[in-house]
Design a protein around this ligand. Structure first.
Ligand code: SF4
Length: 371
């Protein structure tokens, strides 16, 4: 096992704002001499310095499902996908606003609206701006939008409306990118991030692992996200949805996922690091350990797949000794959600990739009663 000075050097380098060397980064991911639990502890020191023990809860709203002309081969909404998703055009404003209210009441720190597609036209940008302004004036909640490729004219409009974060994931390394998408490039994604940054919007950009990438690709994208100045980094572990066209799904162990999260924390010490899609399936019984490097997570599932219920997620945060970054108290929220337990919160631990049904994707439209 590596001696104590190896881990101390990682922490000191990270806290000084210096870059972990590529050789040490590779050791963190792939060298069995580097003990994963000691590495997790090193990442926790950095996490604690910047974020204490707080956890920011994100709730995602799939505001438009399917109908995407792009061919990202991991995505159930791609034009090349035959996944059996519930597709629908953009929700009307009242439905999106109602779901923002529900997210706020469920303790969300940030509400993320996702619109499938290559990118919004000027009319769509104006509509998004109107929605952002309405949500910000009604609820004390941060707003993030994910809507594809954009130029600075568009990001300026969204900034003026009050947008806090723009999500646009780099997903993988530049060299691996052509293996996951052919309709747009890694450079296209970088251009959108730069436009948002020039507009003064905080960048939310992350990655997906389990798509056949090597440890060097993991390291490359971690450095690149630091380089572009991502203040929020979602780390996803691929949920292989049947019908998607990606052929190189790489099984991930809980230990490897924790090594990735730890490395991301050490390379991006002050960023909000989110353990995103796939934590239930890939981390399994070690899910709570992800909170030691990460300081944020999604509650109530992901774009097209279910996750642990709000009650299960909040209970995990509490049991692991963390608090939530919210205007609500964790105990009050847990008590209320347990009392109001509905169909989703009665769901048992997630054990496989389960597609969301309409009642999950459009909760404001659901009829009462559990089916
Ligand atoms: S652009 Fe977004 S919605 Fe469209 S296929 Fe790619 S990841 Fe999916």
């Amino acid at each position: 096992m590596e001696n104590k000075s190896f881990y101390k050097n990682l922490v000191d380098t990270s806290l000084r704002g210096d870059l972990i060397s590529p050789a040490d980064a590779l050791k963190c991911l792939s060298d069995s001499e580097v003990d994963w639990f000691t590495l997790l502890n090193a990442a926790f020191e950095v996490r604690q310095y910047y974020w204490g023990r707080s956890v920011a809860i994100h709730i995602i709203n799939n505001a438009q499902n399917g109908h995407c002309p792009e061919d990202c081969n991991y995505c159930a909404q791609a034009r090349t996908s035959e996944a059996d998703i519930e597709d629908y055009p953009i929700k009307d404003d009242s439905e999106i606003l109602d779901e923002a209210r529900r997210a706020y009441e469920a303790g969300a720190f940030r509400y993320c609206m996702v619109f499938a597609g290559r990118g919004p036209n000027a009319k769509r940008v104006e509509r998004l701006a109107g929605l952002i302004a309405k949500i910000k004036s009604n609820y004390p909640i941060e707003v993030c939008v994910s809507a594809g490729l954009m130029n600075q004219e568009a990001t300026d409009v969204l900034k003026r409306a009050g947008l806090d974060r723009l999500n646009h994931n780099l997903n993988t390394s530049q060299s691996h990118y052509p293996k996951i998408c052919s309709t747009h490039s890694f450079e296209d994604r970088l251009t959108t991030l730069k436009a948002a940054q020039r507009s003064g919007i905080g960048l939310c950009s992350g990655a997906i692992f389990g798509m056949g990438e090597s440890p060097s690709d993991v390291i490359e994208v971690a450095y690149k996200l630091r380089d572009v100045g991502a203040v929020s980094i979602p780390v996803n572990f691929l949920l292989p949805i049947p019908g998607t066209t990606l052929k190189t799904f790489t099984p991930l162990s809980p230990e490897y996922c924790l090594r990735i999260l730890s490395l991301f924390r050490l390379i991006n010490p002050s960023s909000e690091l989110r353990v995103a899609a796939g934590r239930e399936i890939h981390l399994r019984q070690l899910q709570a350990f992800s909170l030691f490097p990460a300081n944020s997570l999604f509650m109530e599932g992901y774009l097209n797949t279910t996750g642990n219920s709000a009650v299960q997620t909040l209970q995990m945060i509490k049991d692991a000794g963390f608090s939530i970054d919210s205007t609500h108290e964790l105990d009050d929220l847990l008590g209320r959600l347990e009392r109001d337990a509905d169909c989703r919160s009665q769901t048992s631990q997630v054990e496989g990739v389960i597609l969301k049904q309409l009642r999950d994707l459009r909760p404001s439209k659901r009829v009462s009663g559990c089916s």
